[in-house]
Design a protein around this ligand. Structure first.
Ligand code: SF4
Ligand code: SF4
Length: 332
């Protein structure tokens, strides 16, 4: 079998060594069942996950819960919701103890005096016109005012088919407010007309994302291999889906084929007892899943599948580095 050192030159081997030490153990936490928006296509509300459990309101229980998660080996807390910034004391329970990432729609600013280096990922679903259709307002106007120039924030830009040909305008706007951007694709869980991907649109958006990465390498946190994976759903002849997904809650994972998966991963509901099926929608058909983090993790847990050639292994390193940058394990 080929070895890592036989496939990589010194430069790439150093990069490989840097990430191979990280040993990231993440889990995902619904901080609240509420949100100050109601986006069409939000996986949380469309799958009824907001009704799966009643929020735990006793903050002392959140503190004890985070301690027990650390004892379970978690070293990265990914906070989602609902909108986590509605519950700053719950964010603080994680932030005080663990590397913590907070996904937000950016309409409420995380107070930096209380959370100086909390990593914040701000959701954005397109230009003002599309955001008004899908999210009821132009969120960028407020989120960019809240976070312009913030070294610990970036945009998580969910590209929709309507954004084809328009992504450069968005990426330039993000660059102009001094922030970085990571891209993923809409899964359109609520079937909004015109927002589901057709094969030719997936091919076109891959080309467009590649071109944006060439033009804005300092602004985009991405990799061409990741673009290939999320647009084709294929990795080395294997098709992404339920039987391959690495982001299934470990305690609920009854798959007999035992695919490679994230170690001890759990997605917790906000009662701190209920578990959701996976990192995203409880009810989404896996064959339609475009979840960026699940695809990224799929690559990361399958290093062996990338040991056939130098290029394959370099692709794997780049995706791993991208993940590590997004969660601040290595610098941008
Ligand atoms: S901001 Fe996020 S959590 Fe809130 S409705 Fe939109 S997608 Fe859902
Ligand atoms: S919906 Fe996506 S993330 Fe969830 S189990 Fe299916 S493939 Fe995995």
């Amino acid at each position: 079998m080929k070895t890592v050192s036989s496939l990589l030159d010194d430069h790439w081997y150093e990069r490989y060594k840097r990430i191979s030490k990280l040993n990231i153990r993440s889990s995902i936490y619904d901080v609240t069942d509420r949100c100050n928006l109601r986006c069409k296509g939000c996986f949380f509300f469309s799958s009824g996950e907001h009704q799966a459990a009643a929020e735990e309101k006793d903050i002392t229980r959140w503190h004890a819960f985070v301690e027990s998660e650390m004892a379970r080996g978690v070293n990265l807390a990914i906070l989602i919701g609902g909108e986590p910034t509605l519950c700053l004391d719950r964010i603080e329970a994680f932030y005080r103890r663990l590397p913590t990432f907070c996904a937000t729609n950016g309409q409420i600013k995380v107070p930096r005096e209380r959370f100086p280096d909390l990593m914040v990922g701000i959701s954005l679903w397109g230009d003002a016109e599309d955001e008004k259709i899908l999210r009821g307002k132009d969120t960028f106007r407020i989120s960019s005012a809240n976070y312009a120039g913030d070294p610990n924030a970036y945009y998580l830009y969910t590209i929709t088919p309507k954004q084809l040909g328009k992504t450069e305008t968005i990426i330039r706007k993000i660059k102009d407010v001094g922030l970085k951007v990571h891209v993923q694709l809409l899964s359109n869980d609520e079937g909004v007309d015109g927002f589901s991907w057709r094969p030719e649109e997936l091919a076109a958006v891959r080309e467009e994302m590649d071109a944006m990465l060439d033009c804005y390498p300092e602004t985009m946190i991405s990799s061409k291999y990741y673009h290939r994976i999320i647009t084709t759903g294929e990795m080395g002849g294997r098709k992404f889906g339920w039987m391959e997904c690495p982001s299934v809650t470990s305690a609920l994972d009854r798959r007999e084929s035992r695919p490679r998966r994230l170690t001890n991963f759990i997605r917790w509901a906000s009662d701190l007892k209920t578990m959701h099926r996976c990192c995203t929608s409880e009810t989404r058909a896996c064959s339609t899943c475009k979840d960026g983090a699940a695809h990224m993790s799929w690559v990361m847990v399958n290093k062996r599948a990338h040991m056939n050639s130098t290029v394959d292994l370099q692709n794997w390193v780049e995706v791993y580095e991208m993940f590590a940058k997004l969660y601040r394990f290595i610098p941008w």
